[in-house]
Ligand binder design. Sequence first.
Ligand SMILES: Cc1cc2nc3c(=O)[nH]c(=O)nc-3n(C[C@H](O)[C@H](O)[C@H](O)COP(=O)(O)OP(=O)(O)OC[C@H]3O[C@@H](n4cnc5c(N)ncnc54)[C@H](O)[C@@H]3O)c2cc1C
Length: 257
Amino acid sequence: MLASFTDGTQAEGGLLVGADGRGSVTRTCIFPEARLLHSQEWAVYGHSDIQRLDPAPGAALARGAGLMVDLADALFMAYRDDPQASRNVTWLLGGPTDRKIPAKNFELLDRGILLRELDDLLRRRSPVAADIVAASSKLAPTQVFTLSPLPAWSCGRVALIGDAAHPVQPVTGTGTTFALEDAMYLARMLREHHYLDAFYYLHADRHHRIEEMISRAGNKSPGVDMELGSMRLNSFDINWEKPDDVPLTELVPAPNL
Ligand SMILES: Cc1cc2nc3c(=O)[nH]c(=O)nc-3n(C[C@H](O)[C@H](O)[C@H](O)COP(=O)(O)OP(=O)(O)OC[C@H]3O[C@@H](n4cnc5c(N)ncnc54)[C@H](O)[C@@H]3O)c2cc1C
């Protein structure tokens, strides 16, 4: 395999694993007909400075308590990023929409105007959520796309993992887990099998779980179905053997503070 990159560099190897996200160029090379589908949801993510919050919600979030507010036509969630690291709170506000919101009214909208619109939506219904949004240092209005299930996650010597193979609605909070599981499971399969079998098992053993999550999230108000939460907790057994002599702390380095 020879991969050529836009910066002019090239890499050569026996296999190519495309872990290049939901807009995957690798996927376009092996499944040119695959198209991203708008999942009829809108989502805005933000980071807020915990120091700018009123003492009560600020203290609750600082202790690690998450906040979830069901607004019927939208869902608000907030949680502290990493209790040991930054002072930031990550929040998410999202809901269904019949039609993709035009970019000029969403991603490209002036951040001050967007903040005012979010405040109008939240202030009377959840002052705490409105305060957290008002304290935002970063805002990310995000269009949510999924993909019709691919017939396979590989073609020849090329395989796809993570969002490249199966973009998951962000509100499920599972996309990162699925991507990491894919990577570890594929590594294990490649250790044990011929690459064609490894690519086959990656898809055959994993696609049902992921497609069911995408389908459930697409059929419900985002995040409010508790079944989603319980399903998220279902584990996938990778059966990964940790080398005995390596302490766990070395395998999972502390976040870069
Ligand atoms: C706003 C937002 C919030 C989210 N919140 C959550 C959450 O709370 N929990 C959760 O589990 N998931 C969440 N997700 C989903 C999660 O981020 C993804 O499912 C996960 O990052 C997928 O990992 P990945 O490695 O497959 O792809 P990515 O993380 O997208 O990584 C792909 C990488 O490939 C690189 N790349 C792409 N194309 C090229 C190219 N042509 N050349 C070179 N490099 C390239 C990209 O720069 C990127 O570094 C969220 C997503 C969004 C957008």
